[in-house]
Design a protein around this ligand. Sequence first.
Ligand code: ZN
Length: 454
Amino acid sequence: MQAIFARQVLLADGWARDVRVLPGPDGRIAVIERAAAPGPGDHRAAVLLPALANLHSHAFQRAMAGLTERRGRGRDSFWTWRELMYRFAAVLTPDDLQAIAAQVQVEMLEAGYAAVAEFHYLHHAPDGADYDDIGEMSARIAAAAGETGIGLTHLPVLYAQGGAGAKPLSEGQRRFGCDFDRYDRLMDAAARAIAALPADCRLGIAPHSLRATTPELLRAVTARFTEGPVHIHIAEQMQEVRDIEAWLGTRPVDWLLANLPVDERWCLIHATHMTAAETAALARSGATAGLCPITEANLGDGFFPIEGFATAGGTWGIGSDSNVRIALAEELRLLEYGQRLVSQSRAVICPEDASNGRTLYEAAAAGGARALGRQAGMIAEGYLADLVALDGDALALDGRTGDALLDGWIFAGDDRLVADVWSAGRHVVSAGCHAARDAVAARFRTVLRRLMAA
Ligand code: ZN
């Protein structure tokens, strides 16, 4: 493996100058040399950071990005958006899914993410029947990851009912549906697909939400799968909170924490609508809060109470969810700006005398790694070599050192500052470009044109 020599590096204990990072053949950082001189074959970088994990993606939705911005009759909402998403999901073939997933993974890597948690619910044929291989669609997500080199945490979704209170699946949901036994077979097949990928890739489970499962199923599935991450959509919309309260008697986060063994394996996506007591309890649980600022803004979800959550010591990370934009710096910036607009103040979660950029970045790095079940998120020996190098010639970084580099990237720059990315030591992005960018984009373009013409 090629060593990396960087002038400025954010290590686990802070910034250091002139550091050599040596990844081992297992994709982990074998040695870190401080105050080092560059070796003859080293990759040279100006600024080296731990790369983030994207903790929430629905890959196929990348192909409908920007296509849901026409207002229909009445009030547009998450629920009207969801109807459009269902119509779109109904026509995708396995080849389509693989092409779209590869495209979005290339974009994620070029944005500076080294890994992604794919919350995958498009399981079955359009009529709801099993494919010949029940794990066909999971295998396509895995094949895309094999091509792009992204670190994949694959999360097959358990989607059992159409809504709170045992509503049947709608026609638009029949490609998603599983009962316990079907899900068990699907997980077996998905495990075989993931086994073909590098060792950092892994499998977890994703009960879709309280509204799409039942208390009995949630208990059964969490008892059956006792290793790996557990992700769930929890309280994205006020309608969802009211439906769960009417059905189960308490608000969704309250119910989940009281009824299931929520701990560090868990990631609660869109814990947007919580009381102060729920916020503190979630922080204490050790679970990660999965925040998706661009999608949550696009869908009109609401604001996550990050100030109270961070003060209580909560762990959080970011995800690109609907993939309407793949933009790492923008996710963090929008998270912070949303809170500023609401609170009419600045530097909302940053401790006194600390940098906003560094506070946001390090929190998202730690939370993303925890959510993916990935020993990453910091540059330290033994950790996966998930690394991102920034372009030292970029004007937004000129003359800056230390924390000011992260403030410059997140608040004054964008993902064009990303020069190189390594995922578990795989050097997947060089000079801002993924090696397979053109081939992947050509396949994606073919799929898009056919979908747009349909
Ligand atoms: Zn989602």
